[in-house]
Write a new protein. Sequence first.
Length: 259
Amino acid sequence: MSLTISIANQKGGVGKTTTAINLASSLSDLGKKILLIDLDYQANATTCMGINRGSFEKSVFDLFTREASFDEVRLKTKNELIDVLPARTLVQGIEEKIILDSNRDYILHSMLANIKDDYDYILIDCPPSLGYITTNALMASDGVMVPVQCEFLAMDGLTQLLNTVRLVQTKKKLNHETLTIFGVLLTMLDARVNSGYQVVNEIKTYFNEKVFHTIIPRNITCSNATFYGVPVTVFSPKSKSSIGYKKLAKEVIRRHEQG
Ligand code: ADP
Ligand code: MG
């Protein structure tokens, strides 16, 4: 059974995009077929999958405004197990257009219904906001993964995110569907800084078993990989962050299989 996961946290810079691309890459190393959906105007996930910004006509936002079909937007990548729905920068007024759509919360949901089973995992890289785009991602997902940076004020904003998740859960229930908190991922832990471990404890106390055992360490190789436009698991497979994401992929599969 295919699983759709939104990677969401309205805070920027917590590791959403890094998690999306490296989890996609690590799951594909384990033979899984992946669709990676980039819903951020910064289009970083798109570039990091080796897709040149000028090389495609239609972006995922044309799906939202119904100006393109799924097949027109879907792109193949260098990795034959990963397809991408790319994002475009400089999209204006997208949310305003979505508001006018009578089916506004379900646009992505309906698009994915037909193709879900072509993939083992669909990973959605959410924008740093809780507007209609993120709501669409959550409505279309079976679970949400929340990256939390191991730094000061890590818990900030999580209540708002959880409120949005609850609203979506209520709506999905009407269709006999569910949205689980698939997991909370601690990211960018600096082993030399005590406050990082305080955040780890705080998050574990709050979210208990929802927290993934894998913690992604802060590792300069990871940000360098972003610069070269590749997942760190490809750029430097033996780096600490790569090892972290490979462990995470196994944990994701285990959680999925245990239901
Ligand atoms: P978001 O998508 O939540 O805004 P990003 O994934 O873009 O966050 O990460 C923010 C920045 O932190 C990026 O420059 C990225 O390269 C860097 N980064 C992410 N994870 C790590 C890590 N484990 N170690 C070091 N730098 C990281
Ligand atoms: Mg991002």
